[in-house]
Write a protein that binds this ligand. Structure first.
Ligand SMILES: CC(C)(COP(=O)(O)OP(=O)(O)OC[C@H]1O[C@@H](n2cnc3c(N)ncnc32)[C@H](O)[C@@H]1OP(=O)(O)O)[C@@H](O)C(=O)NCCC(=O)NCCS
Length: 176
């Protein structure tokens, strides 16, 4: 299993028994507010842990004592461009853990996976997310207007939302 180690954390692949730890944060409405899914039940989190254990794009972020506190998603697209995403347990927000793990995955992507460019998307209202992107050196490349919807209103109309798109090139990262 691949492993990335940082000063305070290690990142590893998911295992089928991560369901309870995943439930700790995916059951929280505030944590999933900008995600394209609703809060998870324990059973759904257990299924999700199994699904993630079969998908190497998901990294489980753990404290050095082994406690799983969040996840980073890192997936290859066309033209050596990789997409990064992240969700963390609210109990661990504001301590730099998300930045530390996203930076580690970005370093790994450029140094070991042949990434040329890394991108990330978020809802403009999700300030914590785009602050994080800027903290790790990503550039806002544009605002897509009403490009996506996750939910419909009571009349069945899409609830459109805008998207900030961020990018980072390998050479920009190396020169930072
Ligand atoms: C997005 C998310 C991961 C950001 O988490 P976060 O806690 O804000 O990010 P960090 O853990 O890197 O914390 C950074 C903050 O901790 C502070 N901090 C404290 N100790 C720190 C340390 N040792 N190192 C770095 N930062 C530290 C920083 O000052 C920073 O605060 P600032 O924004 O005022 O500068 C989190 O809000 C989340 O999981 N949200 C729900 C899921 C989600 O929306 N994901 C993104 C979808 S696009």
């Amino acid at each position: 299993m691949n492993k990335i180690e940082t000063e305070r954390l290690y990142l590893r692949g998911f295992v089928a028994t991560d369901g309870a730890a995943l439930h700790e944060y995916l059951s929280d409405e505030e944590v999933v507010a900008y995600e394209p899914y609703k809060a998870f039940s324990l059973e759904e989190a257990e299924q999700e842990a199994i699904r993630r254990s079969e998908n190497p794009d998901f990294w489980a972020v753990c404290l050095k004592d082994g406690h799983l506190i969040g996840n980073v998603y890192f997936s290859k697209g066309a033209f050596d461009t990789w997409m990064i995403g992240y969700v963390f347990n609210k109990a661990y927000w504001g301590q730099g853990y998300a930045s530390e793990s996203v930076e580690a995955v970005i370093n790994y992507g450029f140094a070991s996976l042949g990434a040329h460019r890394i991108t990330a998307l978020c809802n403009p209202k999700n300030e914590a997310s785009w602050h994080l992107m800027e903290r790790v050196g990503m550039r806002r490349e544009g605002t897509l207007k009403k490009n996506v919807y996750f939910w419909k209103d009571e009349q069945g109309n899409p609830i459109w939302q805008d998207t900030y798109e961020y990018g980072l090139l390998k050479e920009e990262h190396e020169n930072n």
